[in-house]
Structures are given as C-alpha cells and as structure tokens.
Design a protein around this ligand. Structure first.
Ligand SMILES: [Fe+2]
Length: 393
C-alpha cells in the first residue's frame, strides 16, 4: 500500500519534472535572446579581454600652425560569442581640439567630447569574434595625449548563454541522471524484493508442509511445530536478536522434531505412559533430527540446535546432558517454547493445563529445565496474549 503510494508519487514527480523541462525549452526557443549593456574604458577595463576591447592609436602625426595634427585609427573588437550592437565611442578632447575628417562612423563634437556612432547603413552590428575599424584626423594642442575613451554598447546574448540558465540546465541534467539511476535501482530492487518474498514463502511453505507431514501421524501434535516456531520467533525478537536470527530460529523450529519421522507410530501415539525402552526410542528423535539436518547448511547450526532442544538448563536433559549456557541459545528457546505448547495442548497421555498451571510450571522449572532469562519473557507473552493458553487441537 505504502509502496504503491510512493510509486504514484514518483510518477507524478517525474511527469512534473518533464513538463517543467518542456516548458523551459519552449521558453528558451520563444525568447531566444536578451540584451544587456556594457561599458569599456580604453586599456583600463579588465573585462576588455573577455567582452571586447577598444584601441585607438595615432597612425600619423604632424605639426601645423602650432597645432598637432594626427590620424587616429581605432579598432572596436568583439571577443564574445554574441553580437554587439548600438555601440557608441566617447573620447574626451581639449576645448580647442577639432576634427578635420573622419570615416566609418557618425562623428559629433560637443562639450569637449567626440561622440562616434555607427554609420546608418553599415557597421551597426559587430559580429561574434569580429571587429570594426573607424578613424579620424584630429587637430589639438601639441601636448594632447588621448587617454579618456569610453565605449558603450549592447550585447545580445542567447538565453542559453546566461549563467542562470546554464546552472538550471546542468542542475536539471544532474537531476535527470539521478532520477534515471534511481528509477533503474528501484525497478531492480523491487524485482529482487519480489523474488526474495517468493523464495521466502516457498521455503516457509515447504518447511511447514514437511512439519505437517510428520505431525499428521499424531492427531494430538498437529500444528505443534508451526506454533513453536511462532513462539520462538517472538522470544528471539524480545531478546533483541536480529531479524535474520528471528527468521532462522523460525525455520529451525519448524524442523525441530523432524527426527520423529523415524519413530514408530505405536510409540508416538501411545495413549499411556511409555516404558523405559519406548522412552529411550522416543528420546532418540533429537539425534535423528540432528542427523537429518546435518547437511542442511542453509540454516546455520540447525543440526546442533535441534539435537539439543531437549537439554535441560540444570544439565539433566538429553542427549548430551549439556548445562546452562553450554546449550545453544536457540536450543534453549525451542525447549521452553516446545514445552509451553505441549502444556497448552491436549496430548494422548494427558489433557492441557490451565493458564495458572502453565504459569506455575514455568516458574517452578525456571533455572532447572528452562533458561531463567527466558521464563519472564514467555510469562509476559502469556500475559499479553501473544502466547495463548487456549486449547490448540
Ligand atoms: Fe522434541
């Protein structure tokens, strides 16, 4: 349910993102250029190298009637990938200076300044990486040196050249790549999750089928292994064991009595008490369980764990009379869950115990049959109803 919601949200997010990109593309095509004004100073502005440059130098000089005459050649260079238009060159000159002749521009002299504008029919625009030339002959006082020159112009940039557009473009590209990788990853993950879930169900159903087949011989133990598995998993969870451990003990518990397949039906279903020989045969089911699972390496330690699930905490159990923490933890958990289910089920040799009797038994055998750290956990499970004491069969 949550996954479906997230998938829909993701699809909506992707759709919105592509709509935004499409909108931006349309916008970029519709408004493909924008004008900004720039100002340059003669050989002073560091932007000259990047944006453009203006150079004016005296090609020829002479003296005439105590005036300096000079032919000035100017170059206005466009170093950008964009067009330059509406350019205007302003040159500060002394009050008595005058222009004698000029070319490649519209010249006016006013308020001690020469203003040069593009001619009406050419040089209106300086192409990208191109330049234009202009020039004039100026008569001025002998000590005049040209230095105060300003160029104003408009630069027409394409929208795609703007820094903000580039930033958005590259951010969108990075985001798109991330979304693409994320989508591939999510599809792959979902496919793996589906496969994992299928495998998990297949394993669980196979093990349950196996356990039910063994228990089918005895009407009193039907469903016993599944119930023990549920209890052991819950105890493992309350002990703070990992999810992997919880699943492992769940699966191992389903198989804890697998050795009973080799026990005669007459012993398994005997209504009365077993004699010594029969009891010895019955006890051998733990060894048989261990042997059957010895090659089942998919569940780590399964063989040893099932072998010891009838050991007692005080060392009086079987088959190896292990004691305390020498008994594998999983075996101790299966032992108490197994006994609890036996107490709360009718058996061929006795009726199920009441809730009070079950609690009494657990407390009485804490530290002798059962691991004392597990008893309070199971008592709490009984109290919460997680481990019900009602008749199971
Ligand atoms: Fe058993």
């Amino acid at each position: 349910m949550k996954n479906n919601f997230l998938s829909k949200l993701f699809i909506v997010f992707i759709t919105l993102f592509f709509l935004c990109c499409a909108g931006l593309a349309i916008l970029a095509i519709s408004f493909s250029s924008v004008q900004t004004s720039q100002t340059l100073k003669l050989e002073e502005d560091p932007k000259n190298e990047v944006q453009g440059s203006v150079t004016i130098h005296p090609e020829k000089q002479w003296m005439q009637n105590r005036e300096k005459g000079a032919q000035y050649d100017g170059v206005l260079k466009n170093n950008t990938p964009s067009e330059i238009s509406k350019w205007k060159v302003t040159i500060v000159i002394p009050p008595k200076a005058r222009i004698d002749s000029s070319w490649n521009g519209e010249y006016t002299v006013e308020d001690g300044k020469i203003t040069i504008l593009p001619p009406p029919d050419y040089n209106q625009v300086i192409p990208p990486r191109g330049n234009i030339t202009f020039g004039f002959i100026l008569y001025s006082p002998p000590n005049f040196k040209m230095k105060d020159v300003t160029v104003e112009y408009y630069i027409t940039k394409k929208v795609t050249e703007l820094t903000s557009f580039k930033m958005f473009y590259y951010s969108a590209l990075v985001l798109l790549i991330i979304i693409f990788i994320y989508t591939i990853f999510m599809f792959k993950l979902r496919s793996l999750q589906k496969k994992h879930e299928y495998d998990r169900q297949f394993i669980e159903q196979t093990l349950k089928l196996f356990a039910n087949t063994i228990e089918a011989k005895d009407v009193y133990t039907r469903g016993h292994s599944v119930r023990v598995s549920i209890y052991t998993k819950e105890i493992a969870k309350r002990l703070g064991l990992s999810e992997e451990d919880q699943m492992n003990i769940y699966y191992i518990s389903l198989l804890h009595d697998v050795g009973k397949i080799g026990i005669r039906d007459s012993i398994l279903t005997k209504p009365g008490k077993l004699d010594a020989d029969e009891y010895a045969i019955m006890k051998s089911h733990v060894i048989k369980s261990g042997e059957i699972l010895s090659d089942f390496v998919s569940l780590p330690g399964a063989s040893e764990i099932v072998r010891h699930h009838h050991e007692r905490y005080d060392g009086n159990g079987y088959p190896d009379r292990l004691e305390g923490d020498c008994i594998p933890l999983f075996s101790r958990i299966i032992c108490i869950a197994d006994s609890f289910d036996a107490m709360t089920s009718d058996r061929c040799y006795r009726k199920q115990l009441s809730k009070e009797e079950v609690i009494e038994e657990l407390k009485k055998n804490s530290g002798t049959q059962f691991d004392p750290q597990l008893v309070p956990i199971l008592l709490d499970m009984i109290e919460c109803g997680v481990a019900p004491v009602e008749l199971k069969n």
